[in-house]
Design a protein. Structure first.
Length: 349
């Protein structure tokens, strides 16, 4: 579990200290306030640790390995021209400092880089072990329709796609989970398959289908919103999002209608209650309200959410945080939705 994040001079952030919930973390802000940057940073650090552990010969972490691997992952995930472009730019040379602490203290790491850094970070505190917790990143775009051969093409050519796409496709192609956990998988899949009208299947040729009572439908013919649900369903079915793990989900509400967003909200809380540490970035008032409604019920009493409001103060984006939406200050995009509702109601008066 990720406990805290401390950043200084990262992209739009002058400095920020964030304390996370072990269950659900909701990052709220207008466009351009760095919501996605926070998700990508946390994901990159978690993913590097897990990837190194899975290698055939997995030695203990060393500074030389982490200096290059972490820099490589950050560049691959963020896609700047150089690593130093991620450091916040002001007059003169600036240095970006990042510290992340975990429930397992041996995973704690601190590193930094300057605006002129290219291929290495400086390790100020080295983690002592590799992480064993799986991490999944869901981008705003669905990936089931581009899945066939995407990983092999990505690995063999230089493509201008974020590495999160490649990593998630690897997870989507993993074998289905079998054994004692299948009962819990079925419980989590049931509401998703109900709204999709079927189950997600992967054939031997590497193509995804939606299997319904009337037959199989090629995934590109399925509505984009349902394809996003299909990604979550597949990650649950493979065991990636089961038990312990991280889910980083950028704008879960994108391209979804309100009826499906309600299902998404419930799925987010089901995963949180099941032990997944969830991080979502959103500016959807509808999703936030639906999460609030569900969190007020006994069913999700074990999910203690943490909210983070990103506010652009001119000198950089500041973070306000707390256990409720009321703790994170005014978010303009949310206020606009509320004001529009008031204007609409006034029309009918």
């Amino acid at each position: 579990m990720i406990k805290t994040l401390s950043i200084k001079n990262l992209t739009v952030f002058a400095s920020a200290e964030m304390n996370f919930s072990r269950r659900l973390n909701v990052i709220v802000g207008e466009n351009g306030t760095g919501k996605t940057h926070l998700l990508k940073l946390l994901y990159a650090v978690a993913a590097v640790s897990t990837e190194e552990r899975r290698k055939p010969i997995s030695l203990v972490p060393t500074k030389s390995v982490m200096q290059s691997r972490l820099a490589e992952k950050l560049v691959s995930v963020f896609r700047p021209e150089t690593l130093g472009r991620l450091a916040r730019r002001r007059q003169g040379r600036e240095r970006c400092d990042i510290a992340i602490s975990f429930k397992e203290k041996k995973l704690n790491i601190e590193f930094s880089f300057a605006t002129n850094s290219k291929s290495e970070v400086s390790i100020d505190k080295l983690q002592e072990i590799w992480g064993s917790t799986s991490a999944a990143y869901i981008p705003t775009r669905e990936l089931l329709s581009i899945f066939p051969n995407f990983v092999s093409i990505y690995d063999g050519h230089y493509l201008e796609f974020e590495e999160t796409w490649r990593d998630t496709c690897v997870l989507l192609g993993a074998p289905l989970q079998k054994g004692p956990r299948e009962t819990r998988i079925r419980e989590l899949l049931a509401p998703l398959e109900e709204i999709m009208g079927g189950a997600i299947e992967l054939d031997r040729n590497g193509r995804f289908y939606l299997k319904t009572v009337s037959g199989r439908m090629e995934i590109p013919l399925v509505a984009e919103g349902l394809r996003k649900l299909g990604m979550i369903a597949r990650l649950i079915a493979t065991g990636t999002l089961l038990g312990n793990g991280y889910l980083f989900w950028d704008e879960p509400e994108a391209n979804l209608n309100p009826r499906i967003i309600k299902k998404i909200a419930r799925t987010i809380l089901d995963l949180s209650a099941n032990g997944i540490q969830v991080f979502i970035a959103t500016h959807s008032l509808f999703l936030l309200r639906e999460l609030g409604i569900l969190l007020s019920t006994p069913e999700y009493s074990s999910v203690s959410p943490r909210y983070f409001g990103l506010q652009n103060k001119g000198e950089g984006v500041e973070v306000e945080q707390g256990s409720s939406l009321e703790d994170i200050g005014d978010i303009t995009s949310l206020d606009e939705e509320l004001q529009q509702s008031d204007r609409f109601l006034e029309i009918g008066e």
